[in-house]
Design a protein. Structure first.
Length: 151
């Protein structure tokens, strides 16, 4: 495996849409990103990373600025690793990229929400220091809410 993780650019929009659509189907997401939102992840103010095995996209993660919850906060969205790639450290490497940028951009906390049944992802978040908190949004799919303090 020649895994690389790179921040997506405009040239990656179709590949990003495909992996996020796969994620949406895999975890039955009801509130999905439209084309404009996807572009905001690529062009800013958010960020999107793609994990690739050669030229094949095998995972993704999104950083989205989070307003109205806490000052200088951001959110993890759409962490996904294709089933055949799980257990290889791909999720950890994607989260490393996201958390590094969050620190560089001066965010003081990273939030996320998740749902029942995503046990591998929840274990990853807990190992990274994310702790459960009360709900910070009204996502109809989420039942677990977490936060990582960066400072």
């Amino acid at each position: 495996m020649a895994l690389t993780v790179r921040r997506a650019t405009a040239a990656d929009e179709d590949a990003a849409r495909a992996i996020i659509d796969e994620y949406n189907e895999a975890v039955a997401v009801t509130v999905r990103d439209d084309a404009r939102t996807l572009r905001s992840y690529i062009d800013g103010p958010g960020a999107l990373w793609l994990a690739c095995d050669g030229d094949r996209v095998v995972g993704c993660v999104v950083l989205r600025p989070l307003t109205g919850v806490a000052p200088h906060a951001c959110e993890v969205k759409r962490l996904y690793v294709r089933p055949a790639q799980r257990g290889t450290g791909t999720g950890r490497i994607l989260m490393d990229a996201l958390e590094t940028l969050a620190r560089e951009e001066g965010y003081t906390a990273i939030y996320l929400d998740s749902k029942q049944g995503l046990d591998d992802a929840l274990r990853l978040y807990r190992r990274r220091g994310y702790v459960e908190i009360p709900p910070y949004n009204d996502n109809p799919d989420a039942i677990i809410f977490m936060r990582l303090a960066l400072r």
